[in-house]
Design a protein around this ligand. Structure first.
Ligand code: 2M8
Length: 443
């Protein structure tokens, strides 16, 4: 019997496992994604983790979001990593000594990275509040609201490098899908040599199989892009003329639009004006359709601002705009077709989990990180989109697939897209959290 159709015993076991994973990864005021691979706080991980914590530890869900936003920069950016000073030096590469955020006037006192990640935090705050709309939760929401607004302002004003109303990412790490084939073309233009990595010690390959992780050449380029940004004090003015990686990503911008929708609801609860958020949400959706929709394929593709071209690789990033409630019906229908195609295989009865990349592509890699394996956060987001656009049967297929994966392999970081075997880190935070979230629903 699959867990998707499992009895109460299996569901209770899954709930316990997920809770134990989150408790085991709790670290005074935040949850580490993984004790081994990622022993600090990560931005979009914390948002997903808060969504799950809301079901079991609501007070901790707010602490998770608050600790992240305490590290928000003066310019509004929410850093993608907040380093825990109590964690052993060298436990993660690249650590604070590489980022050197003290070069930036806007950086906070605590050590962080200088990059951001998809802004899924307003949605998380809304969902946490919806789960437990107590007076304490309303107060927590009220304290977070201006910070969420500042995050949006940073992204929509300082990061609109292309001038078309979308935010540009300045590093593949900002997409959250680090080595996705979506970044192959823009990354190829970044000058770097794999040999550079001889001067450093990668920490990830000590804990995970190197064949399942980004390559040394990928890392050499990651470091070169960080150095380019850092050496200009992490400033965003003049990026167009000098920065080696500038892309408008469909997932990142779908999150940006979703955040405005969530902020509109939050504003209404707090007695603030939701109107400006609704207007901004509409403008972002319009810009996404105008700039990133590829009429030839019906899906959304990243736009490489350095070449002015859409990236052709069909990855799960392209399905993310489905989560936007105001996406026009034509694009919704086309995305559902794409999701249900042989490339992604979404059905009401999934034989295999949702892959991160087109499984019919010749360079599909079932073991390597974001180049094929299945991830629960993307499955959750696509499911969220299917529910938003009233496709309950397809959404139920993804929910069952999430339950099956964890029932068979545990709370792994990612999963083999054919066999469902667990890959990457065991006891992974957002896998546990998002499992708790879908366990709380019965569709
Ligand atoms: C992965 O990214 C980090 C760099 O940020 C890494 O590989 O070291 C990605 O999967 C990212 O989406 C995630 O937020 C992070 C922590 O789970 O790990």
């Amino acid at each position: 019997m699959s867990a998707g159709t499992a009895g109460a015993g299996t569901l209770t076991r899954l709930r316990r496992l997920a809770l134990a994973t989150l408790d085991g990864n709790w670290e005074h005021d935040h949850t580490v994604p993984s004790r081994t691979l990622y022993p600090h706080q990560w931005s979009w991980d914390s948002a997903f983790i808060a969504i799950g914590l809301a079901h079991v530890r609501p007070e901790r869900a707010w602490r998770e979001l608050n600790s992240l936003f305490r590290a928000q920069w003066a310019d509004g950016r929410v850093p993608h990593i907040v380093f825990n000073p109590a964690t052993r030096v060298g436990a993660y590469f690249p650590g604070p000594e590489f980022w050197r955020t003290e070069v930036a006037a806007a950086a906070p006192a605590v050590a962080t990275s200088g990059l951001v990640q998809p802004p899924v935090h307003a949605l998380a705050a809304w969902l946490v509040h919806r789960r437990d709309p107590s007076p304490a939760a309303r107060a927590a929401l009220g304290r977070l609201y201006p910070r969420l607004v500042a995050q949006q302002r940073y992204l929509t004003e300082r990061r609109d490098v292309g001038g078309g109303g979308l935010a540009a990412i300045v590093h593949p790490w900002e997409s959250g899908l680090d080595n996705s084939p979506a970044w192959d073309a823009p990354m190829a233009a970044v000058p770097a040599e794999a040999a550079v990595m001889r001067a450093y010690r990668r920490h990830d390959t000590a804990h995970a199989d190197a064949a399942h992780r980004p390559t040394d050449l990928d890392y050499a380029r990651y470091l070169a892009i960080v150095a380019a940004y850092r050496d200009h004090g992490y400033r965003d003015d003049g990026l167009a003329g000098r920065h080696p990686f500038l892309v408008e990503c469909p997932l990142f911008n779908a999150a940006l639009g979703l955040a405005e929708h969530a902020l509109a609801r939050i504003a209404a609860v707090l007695g603030a004006d939701p109107g400006p958020h609704r207007e901004r949400a509409a403008r972002i959706t319009e810009a996404l359709v105008w700039r990133l929709h590829d009429p030839a394929t019906g899906t959304f593709q990243p736009l490489d601002l350095r070449t002015g071209r859409l990236v052709p690789a069909r990855t799960v990033l392209g399905l993310a705009p489905l989560a936007l409630p105001d996406l026009p019906v034509r694009q919704v229908d086309a995305l559902v077709v794409e999701a249900c195609s042989a490339r992604f295989g979404v059905t009401g009865r999934m034989a295999r989990p949702l892959p991160s990349y087109d499984r019919t592509a010749p360079d599909f890699e079932p073991l390597r990180y974001w180049r094929g394996p299945s991830w629960l956060n993307m499955t959750w987001l696509v499911r969220h989109g299917l529910l938003t656009h009233d496709r309950p049967e397809l959404a139920a297929g993804l929910r069952r697939s999430m339950l099956d994966l964890v029932a068979r392999a545990g709370c792994h970081e990612y999963f083999h897209p054919d066999t469902g075997a667990g890959l990457g880190s065991p006891a992974f935070g957002w896998t546990a959290a998002l499992l708790l979230d879908v366990l709380a629903e019965d569709r």
